[in-house]
Design a protein around this ligand. Structure first.
Ligand code: GDP
Length: 222
């Protein structure tokens, strides 16, 4: 008896679905350079999106998830020691700036202060910067240094995406509450400009929130 070719149809359907998938805005990003001082920042021109967050919040994992790569952004082996702003080039021609994590307790105070000044001045003076992605642990929400950074950035009228990450560590109801609480806290602090902040529950592990984050970042880059 002749064997039926049972695999042909599903395979074609899968290939067609893959071909029609719109790639994420960070997909195929490539490393460009690392800057340790304002003088080393790449010249302004291309639209830039910065990723910021406390050390260990999950920033490298979030960038890698958005880029669909495993090792584009490196998790620092010694938290708080990374002293570079790493830049990645997007297919759109835009740039992603991966800002060093802040708030790690073991970093000497003077070093912490000077590095934070660099970060704060970057987000307030960089005119190519079109939006800020703030990574916060969904279980804790934004903490004081996150609020300091938002205080510096928000008056610039540019949008903010808060990725409330590690949401897989909460159950569905807790995750929903955490996202709502973070949004309410930001609206309370920033009043009507708080409306420019989107809060997305995210997990680099389960990829929850990935499509929503992709759509927001795509809208910024268009
Ligand atoms: P960074 O210091 O902000 O770049 O943080 P990392 O991306 O290096 O993540 C810090 C730790 O949190 C690592 O152990 C990650 O495996 C873990 N992590 C990051 N994102 C997630 C997530 O979405 N879910 C879970 N369960 N763990 C995560």
């Amino acid at each position: 008896m002749k064997k039926r070719a049972i695999v042909a149809k599903p395979t074609h359907r899968t290939a067609a679905a893959d071909a029609s998938r719109v790639p994420g805005p960070l997909e195929h990003a490539t490393f460009v350079t690392g800057a340790t001082s304002p003088a080393q920042l790449p010249s302004e021109g291309a639209r830039e999106i910065a990723f910021a967050g406390r050390s260990n919040a999950g920033k490298s994992s979030a960038i890698n998830a958005l880029a669909r790569q495993h090792r584009l952004a490196f998790a620092s082996r010694t938290p708080g020691r990374t002293r570079e702003v790493n830049f990645f080039r997007l297919r759109s021609g835009g740039l992603v700036a991966d800002l060093p994590g802040y708030g790690y307790a073991a970093v000497p105070e003077a070093l912490k202060r000077s590095w934070q000044e660099f970060l704060w001045s970057y987000v307030t003076t960089r005119s190519a910067l079109i939006g800020l992605v703030l990574i916060v642990d969904a279980r804790h929400g934004p903490r004081s240094l996150d609020f300091d950074l938002l205080d510096a950035f928000m008056p610039s009228a540019r949008p903010v995406l808060v990725l409330a990450t590690k949401i897989d560590k909460l159950n569905v109801a807790e995750g929903r509450d955490a996202v709502a609480r973070i949004g309410a806290g930001l609206r309370e602090r920033f009043g009507h400009i708080g409306e420019r902040v989107s809060v997305v529950g995210f997990s680099a592990t389960t990829k929850r929130g990935l499509a929503e984050a992709d759509a927001i970042l795509r809208s910024w880059l268009e």
